[in-house]
Design a protein around this ligand. Structure first.
Ligand SMILES: CC(C)(COP(=O)(O)OP(=O)(O)OC[C@H]1O[C@@H](n2cnc3c(N)ncnc32)[C@H](O)[C@@H]1OP(=O)(O)O)[C@@H](O)C(=O)NCCC(=O)NCCS
Length: 169
């Protein structure tokens, strides 16, 4: 029988200061920097589930909902929310906190897909993720719909690659 791992056992959390080198001329965190933080923490959660090397297959989108300002604390929380055979979806929530007032906001959210690889670098089977709380079950159930959007997007990406690979492009 396929091994199951608790969704909560894949939880990864990281908090840090937003410092001037991480910010743009508006005094807010660079989008690209945040995307790197998101990919980094999501890959830790994916590896906790797979206990094998993983690669990022795709990032659905990063919705920058609120600016994260210099001097704020930024916290990233990641969890595996759905597992296929060799791939898994990871949800990342980004929270900003104004350390002077204690005001907290969800600043960004993202869903990413990771694939576990064997020693030869080929996709390999992973344990199934087990949701337990109501929130976890909701994230797990709604993942099926997100996966179908992803499939359509991948098909479109492949068509674009073919188009741009044709002679003269
Ligand atoms: C990700 C990768 C290993 C998939 O390889 P592949 O030959 O396309 O593998 P398959 O078609 O057999 O798909 C394997 C799984 O990945 C999923 N998958 C592949 N591409 C995907 C994508 N773009 N988005 C979401 N899922 C994807 C498939 O649905 C399948 O899932 P399942 O086993 O759970 O059903 C390969 O495309 C790759 O190496 N990409 C580069 C990864 C990389 O360099 N990342 C950045 C640095 S970490």
């Amino acid at each position: 029988m396929r091994e199951k791992r608790s969704m909560k056992d894949t939880l990864s959390i990281k908090t840090g200061y937003v410092l001037p080198p991480d910010t743009n001329h508006h005094g807010t965190l660079f989008g690209g920097k945040l995307m790197a933080y998101i990919d980094d923490i999501a890959s830790i959660s994916a590896t906790k589930l797979a206990r094998k090397p993983v690669v990022t297959a795709s990032t659905d989108s990063v919705d920058f909902l609120k600016p994260i300002r210099v001097g704020d604390a930024v916290t990233l929380e990641a969890m595996v929310t759905y597992t296929g055979t060799t791939s898994m979806e990871v949800f990342v929530k980004v929270l900003s906190e104004n350390l002077m007032t204690g005001e907290k906001e969800v600043a960004a959210i993202s869903f990413l897909t990771f694939v576990a690889l064997d020693e030869s670098g080929h996709p390999t089977a992973i344990p199934e993720v087990l949701p337990e709380t109501e929130d976890e079950k909701w994230l797990n159930e709604t993942a099926v719909n997100r996966a179908s959007h992803r499939k359509a997007r991948k098909k479109y990406s492949k068509e674009l690659v073919e188009f741009f690979s044709s002679p003269g492009k």
